[in-house]
Design a binder for this molecule. Sequence first.
Ligand code: PXP
Length: 239
Amino acid sequence: MARLAVNIDHIATIRQARKGTYPDPVAAAVLAELAGADGIVVHLREDRRHIQDRDVRLLRNVIQTKLILEMAATTEMVGIALDIKPDIVTLVPEKREELTTEGGLDLIIHKDGIAETVETLQNNGIPVSIFIDPDLEQIKLAHRINAAMVEIHTGTFCEARSAYKKGQAFEEIVNAVKFAHKLKLGIHAGHGLCYKTIQAFEDLNEIDEFSIGHSIVARAALVGMERAVREMKELVDSL
Ligand code: PXP
């Protein structure tokens, strides 16, 4: 059965809108765990637009499941990861001007730098997942540089407007997942998933974990964190 990792970045987005102290992502993480989350994800961005260093440190001590730290492969972030020791690091590309992560890491361009980061983190006991587009060449390279896991970018599928484009994007995800499974990589999937799009993954049993944030936090604003997480957890469990 696939796990549900809940990304709580946007709880921090609401707090940072006023640069105040609430809502606290730590409280959201505790509620998410009570509602059945199998892990908590935070993206510590270079510009600290939502999650702050203090959040990651507190979460490390408070959460009972798994802490998954999303980060760019920079010297600063590697230092923080080695200090805080999350259960998993997910390496993502990062651009200052983007609204959210726009696509997977391009290992064809960045292979050597990413390989070094993967080696440093994994030699220090932190398994690494690489966020990549559903592309067989990218998966091959992630395997070649010994990443423990890949996270398949589902954003193109989720955002596709026409049935044709959606079908095409989903086929790419299926092929990528099957190939990663053949290479014995751990398989995560995420970006843009919501209560509707998650249901397409019914027969894709090779996915170990879904990483979902915005749709859960958006629903939580209306129905509460526990209910929003529980409803997504039920959908993931039913796949
Ligand atoms: N996976 C990765 C690598 C991401 O960068 C994000 C967004 O921070 C997510 C999953 C979650 O995406 P969403 O917030 O659209 O559910």
